[in-house]
Write a protein that binds this ligand. Sequence first.
Ligand code: ADP
Length: 407
Amino acid sequence: MAFALLFGSRKLTKKKSEITKAAHVQVSDGIQETLENIREIRATYQEDRFLKALNDKIDYHESTMLKGELATGIFVNGASVIMRLGVATTILTGAKLILSGQIDFMQLFMFLLVITRVYAPFDQALALIAEMFMSQISASRLMEIYDTKTAEGKESFAPQGHDIVFDNASFSYDEQEVLHGVSFTAREGEVTALVGPSGSGKSTCARLAARLWDISNGTIKVGGIDISSIDPETLLTDYAMVFQDVVLFDDTVMENIRLGKHGATDEEVKAAAEAANCGEFVSKLPQGYDTPIGENGAKLSGGERQRISIARALLKNAPIVLLDEATASLDVENETKVQEALSRLLTGKTVLVIAHRMRTVEAADKIIVLADGRVAEEGSPDELLADEGSIFRRMTQLQAASAGWSI
Ligand code: ADP
């Protein structure tokens, strides 16, 4: 009966444990998010709000833990009590048998001795079974990692040129489809600009072009080869990415740039840095190229960090460049320098750019306007501007009327 109770309660304790685990993950994610964004939180006076949200998560975790422990405690101890009732029943029955003269006291004593010995391992088994249920939940979470499909493919990649062709590509994050049958071509030697309102799928397209995820339908080809058949690491050797969230390491300027090309000489690194307009600010740093730049480049400005990532890309000299422009934190002087650095990087490459600046959009060879995960318009800037009813023309006019350009 005790074991039946324990197994019967399994569903409930499992559910409670799952809730507790989920609350635990929320707390660790919350702490990580707060630590990662501490500067922005301080700068925007959001400390109280973030701390309150974190405290709420901790309180919720505490209450789920209490409830979980209570449920487990009640059932495990309940099962244990039922087992011990067996001993009590034996004593009562034994006493009755002594009174009726069927057994003597020594017989009952021996019987009790044996029975308590037999019960001890059962008692332990109860506790262990309860622990086993708990471990099963952790194990099933681990199995999810094993079940996650990893991207695989051939380790040789010999494309015919580097045109990127999206053919009816659809993609979902979790259940939600965010790209619906997207088709376009980004040609080698041209700059293809992805524009469209926030959330229309520009970043997703750029990341899919490098197989950071696999699409659910359609194909993406580079130089005629379906990228889903190529090993991601092999594929990435042909890509340079300059995204908004530049990742820099707590190392020197030199080493941060050298990440672009394994084994590059100091001279190569410096040449790339000069071409990316890093030379001037690096010469003002106390130890020049050997100056540590702090965690994620904390000692550098936004424009400087971006130029370091452009230098990395220049050093890599890959045939495909994926670029996410950022207007934030760049003053006019910085913007011009970043722009100069970029034009050196982009020459002759297949360039797919998530465009935010009017200059880039105007200079692009082709514009792809995305809306709600679909290609709404496609053409050269002049063609799209000439079309009176185009979204692009309307966005350009809106931009011209407002102070900051952001599309
Ligand atoms: P854009 O770059 O044009 O602003 P995105 O490609 O970032 O658009 O986003 C397209 C859609 O996908 C949006 O609805 C966005 O909410 C969703 N999305 C983006 N990244 C994720 C993610 N990591 N998980 C779930 N949904 C996401």
